[in-house]
Each structure stands twice: as structure tokens, then as C-alpha cells.
Design a protein around this ligand. Structure first.
Ligand code: ASP
Length: 360
């Protein structure tokens, strides 16, 4: 998505909606949802006009819908932080004119993108729903229509009769469940239920009716939207495994200019107590690298200090990530380090809940 223009053309769908009906913007970034086979039988993104043709149901929805396609549609494996900044800017640019946003995105990195947008869009007061499909639109048994149509319904939802926004959050909607963006994880590449949140309940379940879990949804913000525009890319993820060598740990933590690292530890946040390992961590801390401790267990949380093997980490200045996912942890590191605050403030923000990504 190299083109940085914000005034990209909008395609208005001729729906039967009244002039006062919810006004929704679909932003198409690419992904399987809109892919077709090329001459080598590999899946590549198709043109957005085609997506509209494949989903005539869109035109029957009682909403005013506009479509915006990014100039370069991509497989989400090619997503970069620059794309997240761009998406955030686009949503900021169209924020006042629309009631809700649906982002069509590849599933592979959707959880990272949704978490990144969750951090970048501070004081979000409107729904931003990421969705996609495991089977391209137009194919028999595609999940595209079901995911997109319900995502639009969720993006349009209001409390009745007050008319206030029901979901002032970034979410991931897939296979009838909407998960908070900063909690989502892709857990499945073959079945339709591709996303899961192990440590936080779904915000919406779609059956015959939409069942909103209002008590778990963030409240409406008291301040206007703030679109952040900086992400620190000098970050890394280091996953521990029995047998990991000093050379590997040093290679990652010793990357020149590195500012932050997500350390994927065992169980409730445990790591080896071997002197070489602790020395590597100590040297990284001295160079100013902040280390965020995230568990390899999908359920449960990091409790530094429960075992001797994690108490050492606290003494070395490693920050406990609680029940955050790796996807949210790496994007939170990028976001918080991008704020360029004094170290004490950076540490404080990394250990506290910013967008519902950890359970306080
Ligand atoms: N490779 C695709 C992507 O993430 C997979 C998908 O969309 O399901 O763009």
C-alpha cells in the first residue's frame, strides 16, 4: 500500500437505505476474501468492483454504504506498520462522515492489524470491525458474505432507543463471533472459526439475533478521537525453547538500535536461570532495550515472582505482560515506544491496560 493519499475514490453502493440510515465505510485492503486464482493457480487479490458484483446482498442492506479500496491490494502477510499508520489516517480522515467502519483484511495478520489500530485510535467512539474470509467470495461455501454482512450490521448497531454507539472499539468479526482487536489471535487456518480470544469474552455473538455483551464492551470515550501517527519498528520477538543458545538470544537482543523485545516465556512467565541467559538480558537492559514478558500459554497470565525462574526477570527490569497476546504485545511495544516518552513513563504505559488488552 505505498500510495499515501487520503482522498481515495469512494464507490457508493446503490442501496435502498433512507438518507438518515447508518452510513458505513468498507475499506478493502486485500486478503483471501477478495482473491481469485491467477494463471499459475495462485490466489491473488481481485479488483474491488468485482467484490461488489460477487456480493449483490450488499445492496439490499438498510445502510448507506461506501467502498474504498487501497490502491495496492495485498495478501496480509505483506502488511507493515506503515500500512497500520495509513489505515489509522484513513479512518481519521473519514471519521466524522461515517457511523462505522468495516476493514476487509487478510486473516493471516488481521489480529496484529486490529491490535495496532486499537492502539493508534485513542478515544475511539465508533465501531471499526475487521473481517475477511477463509474461502474467497464467489466460491461455493465461501464465508465472505456471512462475515461481511454481519460485520456491517455490527458496525451499524446502536443502543435503542438512545441511539448511542454500541461498539466504540476495534474488533475482529469472524464465524459469528466478534472479539476485541487487542485480544484476537488467529488460531485456525483450515476451519471457519479462525479467531479466538482466550482471556477475554467475545463482545458480540451473532445467531438469529446479534447478542451484544455490553458489560464487556469499552465505554464511550470522554474525549475526541486521537489518531496517533508513530510506531517504533526497532522491536523484536524472542521465543524461548529448551535448548535455545546464547548465540540466538544475543543475536536477537543485540540487534543494533533495538528498543523493545517481547520475550515469549513458559507458563506463568518463567525463563531459564542460567547465568548466560540472565547476563544477556542484563546487557540488553543496560543498552536500553525494554523487555515485555508474554507467556507462550494462550490461556492464563504472566505472574512474575511466582517462581524463582520469573522473579529473576523482575529484578532485571523485565516488564510483566499479564494476559496480553503476542500480537497485542508487539504492537503495544511499537505504539508506546513510538510515543518517545521518558523511560519511566514508557514502563508505566507498558505495564498498564491501554485498550482492553490486559485484564486488570
Ligand atoms: N494469506 C491470506 C491473507 O492473510 C489469508 C486470508 O486472508 O485468509 O491475506
Amino acid at each position: 500500500m505505498p500510495n499515501d493519499a487520503l482522498d481515495l475514490p469512494l464507490l457508493t453502493l446503490p442501496t435502498a437505505a433512507e438518507a438518515t440510515a447508518p452510513h458505513l465505510l468498507i475499506i478493502y485492503t486485500g486478503g483471501t476474501v477478495g482473491m481469485v486464482a491467477n494463471h499459475l493457480n495462485e490466489l491473488v487479490p481481485m479488483h474491488f468492483g468485482e467484490l461488489d458484483r460477487q456480493l449483490p446482498e450488499l445492496r439490499r442492506l438498510p445502510y448507506r454504504i461506501e467502498l474504498l479500496a487501497l490502491p495496492e491490494l495485498i495478501d496480509s502477510s505483506n502488511v507493515t506498520p506503515a500500512d497500520w499508520l495509513r489505515l489509522a489516517r484513513l479512518i481519521g480522515h473519514h471519521y466524522a462522515a461515517f457511523d462505522g467502519f468495516v476493514v476487509l483484511h487478510g486473516t493471516d495478520t488481521m489480529a496484529y492489524s486490529a491490535a495496532a489500530l486499537g492502539f493508534l485510535l485513542e478515544h475511539l467512539g465508533k465501531p471499526v470491525v475487521f473481517t475477511g474470509a477463509q474461502v474467497p467470495v464467489g466460491r461455493t461455501r465461501s464465508d465472505a458474505a456471512r462475515n461481511l454482512l454481519t460485520a456491517l450490521e455490527i458496525a451499524a448497531a446502536r443502543h435503542q432507543p438512545a441511539g448511542t454507539v454500541r461498539l466504540p472499539e476495534v474488533g475482529v468479526f469472524f464465524d459469528d463471533v466478534l472479539i476485541r482487536g487487542t485480544r484476537a489471535k488467529k488460531v485456525e487456518s483450515q476451519q471457519f472459526a479462525a479467531f479466538k480470544s482466550e482471556n477475554y469474552p467475545p463482545l458480540v455473538r451473532a445467531g438469529i439475533n446479534l447478542d451484544f455483551n455490553d458489560a464487556s464492551i469499552r465505554p464511550l470515550p470522554a474525549a475526541p478521537l486521537k489518531v496517533h501517527q508513530q510506531l517504533e519498528e526497532k522491536v523484536a520477538v524472542l521465543r524461548l525453547f529448551p535448548g535455545i543458545t546464547a548465540a540466538v538470544v544475543e543475536a536477537v537482543l543485540g540487534v543494533p538500535g533495538l528498543r523493545g523485545c517481547v520475550l515469549e516465556t513458559y507458563g506463568s512467565g518463567n525463563a531459564p536461570t542460567a547465568p548466560w541467559f540472565l547476563d544477556c538480558l542484563a546487557r540488553a537492559q543496560q543498552r536500553g532495550v525494554l523487555v515485555l514478558n508474554v507467556s507462550q500459554c494462550e490461556e492464563g497470565r504472566v505472574v512474575q515472582g511466582r517462581y524463582e525462574t520469573s522473579a529473576r526477570l523482575t529484578r532485571l527490569g523485565v516488564i510483566g505482560g499479564d494476559d496480553i497476546t503476542t500480537e497485542a504485545a508487539i504492537t503495544k511495544l511499537m505504539f508506546v515506544l513510538g510515543l518517545n516518552l521518558p523511560e519511566a513513563d514508557t514502563r508505566r504505559l507498558l505495564s498498564q491496560d491501554l485498550r482492553g488488552e490486559i485484564t486488570v
